[in-house]
Design a protein around this ligand. Structure first.
Ligand code: C2O
Ligand code: CU
Ligand code: CU
Length: 490
């Protein structure tokens, strides 16, 4: 499968439904996996830790002899890993060195709407944005990426994304692998199409049905990556940073690994599997064991759950892709373990719900029959209350659902217990066609009647096309306000 021609929505869907990609055994793992540097920070007089982030354009060599035009943060492609602790106050200076507006959204973060970095916090070219908040959530693997209205897919595809790791005392005290870049590896997994000149293909064409599906897989910006490991246990922080592609991670030899964390942080107990499916925006932490001297290949396998709709399987659900090779040293140290008890289980009681809402996703650009409108606040939730959201995929295509500001609990899928991979705190959940997901979430701490948070499909072409809505968190007695004029850019 070579270049994918972007045409009318229907054409693209049909092409993708028929295009099965199999790169197993065909990727030369000849480049050491890049590890994003930990972002530097300096304390300011108030005690906040200040991070400087500069969004810019540049070029990157992904393959010898070819320079690709890319965007990056404090570099030419992707951004540094931001790492901070629960209870710390963090402050950012985000400078936009691009020729167009962008924003930086902190995906998975519980924070005031004005700091959220969504479409209402766009930064003008040459402009600076300085959000500041206190981290108040358990240790987790979060991420950051732009969220400009209608252009999120394009900005992420060009290279704007990075990891945001939250630490806390509980996670520090666990015997898990935790040496960054050694036995605790960030894995930003993305797909790209490179044209004959080595340029990203399809970067501007985001209005097709499924968005961009690339035939080359990169991890942290490395094509054909390998990692030398010297410990028996290695922790992988997997982030599906793709704009459209679904991954079903598993090793070529089908070995079992342990899943220790979901989007919102550590699970109470690890569980074992040979496959783990992640849709765009989702994260998971896994721990895998290696034998001395062996080589193991991480792949993305055809999806477990059915996506067959009118146009067949989409979002790359049929593909078999080589992702990364692990090369174990002849002798491995063995000082870490997966403890029997780790994080806390989601404990929301659906019976406590103050409000029930339903959301139906269909047509790749609508929720409940309406496309996103930056000036329309769809509803207000009450601070401190639990809500139950019934989210249905009314289509034959895959969607997923992401809510800003909170981590939610998947209560049920079509009325049944959720599968193991959907237990634990989540901020993004995959929606299999024609299924209903019941989500419980609690809104706390930050109220603002005028500035909304977003909920949307994280298949970025769908988000950009309008499969998104806005809600505000209201304090006692507050009423829904109006988005301030000038807050939004379009
Ligand atoms: Cu990861 Cu509203 O986004
Ligand atoms: Cu988000
Ligand atoms: Cu969607």
């Amino acid at each position: 499968v070579g270049a994918i021609v972007l045409g009318g929505a229907g054409t693209v869907g049909v092409m993708w439904a028929n295009a099965k990609l199999d790169t197993s055994g065909k990727v030369d793992f000849d480049t050491p996996l890049a590890i994003p540097p930990i972002a530097e920070s300096t304390p300011d007089p108030s005690g906040a830790r200040v991070f400087d982030l500069e969004v810019k354009s540049g070029t990157t060599v992904f393959e010898a002899g070819r320079e690709t035009a890319t965007w990056g943060i404090n570099g030419n492609f992707l951004g540094p890993t931001i790492r901070a602790r629960r209870g710390e106050e963090v402050a950012f200076s985000v400078y936009n060195g691009l020729d167009e507006g962008t924003s930086i959204h902190w995906h998975g973060m519980h924070l005031p709407a004005v700091m959220d970095g969504g479409p209402h916090q766009e930064v003008e070219p040459g402009g600076d944005w300085t959000p500041q908040w206190t981290l108040n959530q358990p240790a987790a693997t979060l991420w950051y990426h732009p969220h400009p209205h209608g252009r999120t897919a394009d900005h992420v595809y060009r290279g704007l994304a990075g990891m945001f790791i939250v630490d806390d005392e509980e996670s520090d005290a666990l015997p898990l692998p935790k040496t960054y870049g050694v036995d605790d590896l960030p894995m930003i997994v993305q797909d790209r199409n490179l044209d004959d000149d080595g340029q990203f293909e399809g970067g501007g064409s985001i209005m097709s049905m499924q968005g961009i599906l690339g035939d080359r897989i990169m991890v942290n910006g490395t094509l054909g990556p390998y990692v030398d490991v010297a410990t028996r246990l290695v922790r992988l922080r997997l982030l599906n940073g793709s704009v459209s592609r679904l991954y079903n991670f598993g090793f070529a030899d089908d070995r079992l690994f342990q899943v220790i964390a979901t989007d919102g942080g550590l699970l109470p107990q690890a569980w074992e599997t040979d496959r783990l499916q992640l849709s765009p925006g989702e994260r998971a932490e896994i721990v895998v064991a290696f034998e001395p001297g062996e080589t193991a290949v991480l792949r993305s396998h055809p999806a477990d759950e059915g996506y067959t709709g009118p146009l067949g399987r989409v979002n790359g659900a049929d593909d078999l892709l080589d992702v990364c090779e692990f090369r174990a040293a002849a002798a491995l140290t063995d000082e870490t373990s997966v403890p029997a008890a780790m994080g806390t289980a989601p404990d929301l009681d659906p019976a406590d719900a103050a409000e029930e809402r339903s959301f139906s996703l269909a047509g790749f650009n609508q929720i409940n029959g309406e496309a996103m409108d930056l000036q329309r606040i769809d509803f207000g939730v009450r601070e401190g209350t639990v809500e139950l959201w019934e989210v249905s995929n009314a289509d034959g295509y895959m969607h997923n659902f992401h809510v800003h500001d909170v981590q939610f609990q998947v209560v049920s899928v079509d009325g049944a217990e959720p599968p193991e991979r959907l237990r634990g705190w989540k901020d993004t959940v995959q929606l299999v066609p024609q299924r209903k997901y019941l989500l419980a979430m609690r809104f706390a701490d930050y109220t603002d009647p005028d500035l909304p948070y977003m909920y949307h499909c994280h298949i970025l072409a769908h988000e950009d096309s309008g499969m998104m809505g806005q809600f505000v968190v209201l304090g006692e007695g507050e009423e829904i306000g109006a988005v301030p004029a000038g807050a939004a850019h379009g």
